[in-house]
Design a binder for this molecule. Structure first.
Ligand code: DAH
Length: 340
């Protein structure tokens, strides 16, 4: 019995070695291991052999099976490697599915381009920052509510003696301080970055984006601020759009304003979308003398203006897009993102 198995093995090895193609190889395999294949039938013999030989027979069966399987695998590899598949290299290929930029990236690129064309340099500043740069140097009083745990994300790090605790930047205005400390006027910078606040509902997300402009030089006045804002509104939203400044209060600018842009739906007449013909876009103002001094600039020599607006909001105002829930923007859900 054992000899029969060994013969079967040797015969099969010889057949496999001579085999020329994959189809033939498969046939050899079926003749051996198929339902009524030679090996299958031989293995059934185990029922008829004396008990004392059963163990040895079982071992031989396994050995033969393993050896043949190895032989088949090797031969299959060899035949596959030899197979030459003809193909036409000029055939158009299947195109991969192309993705696109996220709406926010797209908005950032467009905003940066408008300002770069009028001489602003795009800068990047830390998003994990010290309290001093985000608040202190920007003239925020010690007890200002924005410095509270409920408003800002503080980072679990030892406090700096000089700059206080660390936090995630709640606005891009911290970039103003970094800029004035590291570069001498004339300054014309645009800082577009992520901001973090403890807020979440349909129109607020804990992470969002702002773009912050800063211009500092001798003899900078509100007219420069107005001109720059108007230029942005016309370039970004369309030549028919105009802006207006509404008095407001920010700690780090004096005077400070809220900037409104004329509504494109009613052309300034007043409609459901806007407040009496105007849409609010963000804050702006003349750099506060204390802020200039904190950065080592003499407010009697230098003056400047700054503005800080939300990227998501500005882009939605332009595209007329209304997202029922701001969280969808960052949900990574392709069904949503494909529509943006
Ligand atoms: N940092 C302000 C905020 O997040 C926005 C702002 C207001 C920025 C006035 C400015 C400015 O540069 O001058 O609400």
């Amino acid at each position: 019995m054992k000899e029969d198995l060994i013969n079967l093995k040797n015969q099969a090895i010889a057949q496999i070695a001579e085999c020329k193609d994959l189809e033939e190889l498969e046939q050899i395999r079926i003749d051996l291991f198929g339902r009524s294949g030679k090996f299958t039938l031989a293995s059934k013999e185990i029922a008829n052999i004396p008990v004392e030989e059963k163990k040895q027979f079982g071992i031989t069966l396994n050995e033969v099976k393993n050896t043949l399987e190895e032989q088949f695998a090797e031969k299959r590899n060899e035949l596959n490697n030899n197979a030459r598949v003809w193909f036409d290299p000029t055939m158009p290929s299947k195109l991969p599915k192309l993705g696109k930029l996220h709406m926010v990236t797209h908005a950032i690129n467009e905003i940066a381009e408008v300002f770069e064309k009028i001489g602003f340099t795009r800068m990047k500043y830390p998003e994990v920052e010290f309290d001093y740069f985000a608040f202190g140097a920007l003239n925020f009083p010690e007890n200002h509510p924005a410095r509270d745990d409920w408003e800002t994300f503080f980072v679990d790090q030892p406090e700096s003696k000089k700059y206080g605790p660390m936090l995630l930047t709640p606005h891009t205005s911290s970039g103003q301080i970094r800029e004035m400390l590291s570069n001498k006027p004339p300054i014309r910078m645009i800082n577009i970055a992520k901001c973090y606040r403890r807020q979440i509902d349909v129109s607020h997300y804990p992470m969002f984006h702002q773009f912050e402009g800063l211009v500092v030089d001798k003899d900078i006045s509100i007219t420069h601020l107005r001109g720059t804002i108007d230029h942005f509104a016309k370039s970004f939203f369309g030549p028919e759009r105009v802006t207006r400044l509404r008095p407001y209060h920010f700690q780090f600018t004096e005077p400070s304003f809220e900037v409104d842009i004329s509504c494109n739906v009613c052309n300034g007449k007043g409609c459901k979308l806007c407040k009496e013909g105007w849409l609010e876009i963000g804050g702006a103002g003349m750099v506060h003398p204390n802020v200039l001094s904190n950065c080592g600039l003499d407010p009697k020599v230098y003056s400047g203006f700054a503005f800080g607006w939300g990227v998501e909001r500005t882009y939605m105002m332009k595209s007329g897009l209304s997202v029922p829930d701001i969280r969808l923007l960052y949900s990574s859900d392709l069904r949503v993102l494909k529509q943006l």
